[in-house]
Design a protein around this ligand. Sequence first.
Ligand code: SAH
Ligand code: SF4
Ligand code: F3S
Length: 492
Amino acid sequence: MQNKLEEIIASIDISGPVPEEGDQRQYYYIKKMRDYTAAKSQELGRNLTACTVTFGCQMNAKDSEKLAGILEACGFDVRDEENSDFLIYNTCTVRDNADQHLYGRIGRASHYKKENPEMKIAVCGCMMQEKTAVDKLHKSYPYVDLIFGTHNLYCFAEYIYEVYHSDKRVTELWESGDRIVEDLPTDRKFSWKSGVNIMYGCNNFCSYCIVPYVRGREKSREPIDILREIERLASDGVKEIMLLGQNVNSYGKTLEDPISFAELLEATTKIDGIERVRFMTSHPKDLSEDLIQCIKRNPKIARHIHLPLQSGSDRILKAMNRRYTKEQYLALAEHIRQEIPDAAITTDIIVGFPGETAEDVDETIDVVKKVGFDNAFTFIYSMRKGTPAARMEQVPEDVKKENFARLLAVVQDTAKEQAERFAGMEMSALIESVNEEDSSYVTGRLSNNMIVHVKGDPSLIGSFVPVKLDECHGFYYFGHVLDSDETRQVEL
Ligand code: SAH
Ligand code: SF4
Ligand code: F3S
């Protein structure tokens, strides 16, 4: 990858005119920036440094790897937040607490900037697609040097160049964008696993959700580009990939040569070196029988289906525009349990959607008990300006909190009970880190997305090892690595 990047950069002529668009234009600016950072580093007697701070979902995490890749290609050394000359915040706006968190962090960054006059601060991502947030930054955070959004992230190199070559703040916002620019540099956080975007945006317009407004319409990447990216990752040593999209089940429907998500998923598992494939997120209304059968017959596909429920009340589901009923959800979950019994089913639930009563929450609790989720992320509804639900009658805060506590207790009990069912089993774990509390242990992730701690040394990080899950501790296990005498066959 690094060699390919250097080859492309070497082929760019920066004495000629700026290429009109696409990746060539960005490589032109990367090369220009290299000259700038080299000169500046010489002047300062040290290299210029940069840091990417990420909020939000896996999609943002993936975007941040692209931002970091571009910064590195421009000649910056990647460092921490406090010791960077270029700091970029990649924002999320799915709930109000994400917004507040950002303002706190940028406030703190003003202190770093006072100590380091070289410092530049940039803010990008979902929140920047909202006018009120951008106005607030302009007004109350005048020391922010660069603002851009989700549709023009691929122009980052060009914007960095502008920031260093103008004395004004740079704000570049696009209302929409259907361009997918392939082949920009990325700096992957982990050497053995990687997210892979298969689609961008969302067309579902769930009535509470801001994502379709800030990420734009659904666009699928061409399968050939996705598979080529995964082949490259595999040849770089990546063993586990996660296919990313807001609603992966509708992947490929709008391509010139339509292809289903199940077909794409199957194809990714055939790539040499790829041992496990995950995906996020499935919308229950679009999860096909083909996909269930594809997971069932292919052991490389993770035994984990994240299937956001949001609510168990038909009335609320309708108002949320989710387009399924409680019964349909239950039938789907039961079918998955029958077909793939070793798969974990996890979910997202919102409490306090406009008009939600205690009886509606009882319906949600009923689904939690019937499905027995292996894990559930529960959120208190947060009003997002511009969404249909923002105009509906809101639930008082204390009612939301009471219902939330009631739901959370059931969710936790259910998850604990579910975890017990895997205790004593033998599985394959991908070791991801040294245990934070006891460094003689390492921590691995199972195909069903659960966590296991086993005795072992850091050299295991990034490898699959067969483990036995000896003890269940609610949300994680203690186990041991099976040695060669324990000759049982553990499926990958
Ligand atoms: N595309 C994914 C989820 C994206 S957002 C899907 O449809 O499942 C992740 C989760 O945030 C959602 O599943 C939902 O539970 C939660 N969420 C979205 N908007 C919210 C809001 N306004 N208030 C509270 N939670 C919200
Ligand atoms: Fe939001 Fe619904 Fe799209 Fe998920 S499917 S991103 S919840 S609008
Ligand atoms: Fe947040 Fe944007 Fe993801 S709003 S949840 S970072 S798509």
